[in-house]
Design a binder for this molecule. Sequence first.
Ligand code: GLU
Length: 506
Amino acid sequence: MSEKRVRVRFAPSPTGGLHMGGVRTALFNYLFAKRYNGDFILRIEDTDQSRFVEGAENYIINALTWCGITPNEGVGFGDGPHAPYRQSERKATGIYKRYADQLLASGHAYYAFDTPEELDAMRKRLEAAKVASPQYNALTRQNMRNSLTLPEEEVKRLIDSGEKYVIRLKVPRQEEIRFQDLIRGWVVVHSSQIDDKVLLKSDGMPTYHLAHIVDDLEMQISHAVRGEEWLPSAPAHILIYNYLGRSADMPKLAHLPLILNPDGNGKISKREARFPVFPLSWKDPRETEPYIGYCESGYYPEAFINILALLGWNPGDQHELMSLMEMTERFDFDRVHKSGAKFDPEKAKWFNQQYLRMQSDTALAKAFEPIVKEKGIHCTLDFLTAYCRLVKEKASFVNEFWDLGSFLLIAPDSYDEQIISKKWNTEDRPAWKGFSEALNTTDPFTPDAIQNAFKWRSASGPKLDMQLLRVLITGRSGGPQLFEVMALIGRTECQKRIDAALLRLS
Ligand code: GLU
């Protein structure tokens, strides 16, 4: 453990809806912060103006709020001592430029004036020469237009005349870069693998590489916890911290494993997935169709984050159902896996089912009530509570309750054909009528009493089939405990349904 106060940040770019991988990154940051009584910060990394998407920032804030992963500093959650928390606003203070200037002054960064055409020509040249990874680096920069190859006066003239330039990191040619990742252990990379990353773009905006380092330093971040896709850039980041003379203040790194498709092939793609990928429904202004979220699909936020927590982490035993509080008590990076975590949509449903079962029947009824009202049906909360008690065992989502038990509210107008053709016998009609009448004296109208009446009727005449009774009452061949169903809908309704069926069935 670092001796520094734990301060972690979730630093999404507002380039679209926050998908489940992003939420998991936020969650692991949150769990780690809470575990060590630290701070969890939301920083919006919006320096790439060309990728900015309207609505994305609000979406991020709403999604974190729904999940209950609330930052204690940052955009949308109240300013702390390091405001502002949006990089575009931080840029206005000149802070990124100051750090870039420091790197220029110490000779660890340089100006590059190459036009897009010149960069393209360079890439083609390298490709033609079969260079495996054509990049701007210690070798190739020698043939390009930059402050390392041009005379000093020319560099000055170009800058003064308003020529466009970027500032690049001067990566050494032969150096071994080592760093320790909390999840992956020691990582060793040779500097020849790293390109001279752009630090400041021609529009004056810092790139992610410079901006996040400046902000992590300024915001006293103790741990940078982020997706695996940033691992290849980490060696360049190590160099930047060293060149700034701030390696002692560098956050510890933790690169989280990918979340993979159910078949283990590749990372989850929002277009191909046959399950929700976003926490809340997301409508991308550049696309026509919205993506339905976990929330709108009927997931509980507690179930959703429980599912996410176990994608790449385990608490060290078989424990699966955990509240945010329990996860917080048990979370650490030593049990985060290196390899990708397969997402299992069926298991996700199972989790929701477990959380659904933890709800009280009244809570379920309240959640179900709007669905019933939308169907134009009005009934008491007491009735709905009993309805939910009967159907919940078979459900993973409240929105399945209607299909599982609508016969409790609406009498059937058709009857399961298979059962009818197999079991219905016109000659039994008087016996069924007799059972219907016997219900008049079934008092109190409880499941046990109804069951006794049915048994007695069957014993004293032609044997009445229980499955057929279910079909007469509900129209269906299966469902919740039948005598409970009958007790709930009541004596008169049961008699009405049996009598109607006797009339309909020839
Ligand atoms: N803005 C980066 C992203 O959206 C953040 C990476 C990091 O956490 O350092 O992935």
